[in-house]
Design a protein around this ligand. Sequence first.
Ligand SMILES: *[C@@H]1O[C@H](CO)[C@@H](O)[C@H](O)[C@H]1NC(C)=O
Ligand SMILES: *[C@@H]1O[C@H](CO)[C@@H](O)[C@H](O)[C@H]1NC(C)=O
Ligand SMILES: *[C@@H]1O[C@H](CO)[C@@H](O)[C@H](O)[C@H]1NC(C)=O
Ligand SMILES: *[C@@H]1O[C@H](CO)[C@@H](O)[C@H](O)[C@H]1NC(C)=O
Ligand SMILES: *[C@@H]1O[C@H](CO)[C@@H](O)[C@H](O)[C@H]1NC(C)=O
Length: 217
Amino acid sequence: MTIFSNTTRIPPLIFLTFHLLLLLSLGVLEAQAKCKTGCRLALASYYVWEGSNLTYISTIFGKQISEILQYNPQVPNQDSIPAGERINVPFSCDCLNGDFLGHTFTYETVFGDTYDKVASLPFANLTTEDWVHRVNIYETTRIPDGVLINVTVNCSCGDRSVSKDYGLFTTYPLRPGENLSFIAAAASGVPTELLQRYNPGIDFSDETGLVFLPARG
Ligand SMILES: *[C@@H]1O[C@H](CO)[C@@H](O)[C@H](O)[C@H]1NC(C)=O
Ligand SMILES: *[C@@H]1O[C@H](CO)[C@@H](O)[C@H](O)[C@H]1NC(C)=O
Ligand SMILES: *[C@@H]1O[C@H](CO)[C@@H](O)[C@H](O)[C@H]1NC(C)=O
Ligand SMILES: *[C@@H]1O[C@H](CO)[C@@H](O)[C@H](O)[C@H]1NC(C)=O
Ligand SMILES: *[C@@H]1O[C@H](CO)[C@@H](O)[C@H](O)[C@H]1NC(C)=O
């Protein structure tokens, strides 16, 4: 009886190992298939809040003011960008972990920071509490002051199956009151139907969340 159970126990183990390896390699293949490369340039639509300014935005994103201004011909005077307007901030859109397109910025925490606060104020809702939490080791309630944390902002490099005419995309956090036609106008008249196809499943009147807007280039 003992001999019998010994001989039957070994084959299932080998069988299991084989299946485990197969599952693992399939998992790796699946992860690789999501993105291979990113693109050199994407834009982040930064909603300028009362008290923020170009110097601050330049620090947050690690970009020179002059470089940011190249993507904002509408800004007449860099010393006073009005609160309530949006600034385009250029960044590189990387294929992170072979899994999704984004860029991880480094942010130095200040007293009182939470993942929620960092996402909604310094990063102007370009990311979310959950998405920031996922790339950092600290517990939500134990983020030290004056340390560097990761902040990942998603991006898009386009979709050839939707259109080949657009290669530059803006990561745009929706604000309350911004509906599909408002956004289409903001994206210099991109057809609403195209906007919807680039953002499948997104309800533009849902008030919050990220959308990707095509820009020429
Ligand atoms: C720019 O904004 C930061 C952050 O709000 C603030 O600390 C700084 O004093 C501001 N600088 C100017 C020149 O307004
Ligand atoms: C981000 O969203 C929160 C909640 O909707 C809002 O209170 C906050 O003002 C937003 N931040 C910016 C910079 O618009
Ligand atoms: C960023 O993209 C990932 C993968 O598609 C998604 O799971 C995540 O929710 C996105 N984050 C934000 C803040 O939209
Ligand atoms: C930021 O991300 C890097 C790379 O994934 C990781 O090694 C590091 O621990 C992260 N930083 C924090 C504060 O979690
Ligand atoms: C979209 O928003 C604009 C301006 O906020 C408004 O005038 C228009 O009626 C809205 N359209 C729809 C379909 O809700």
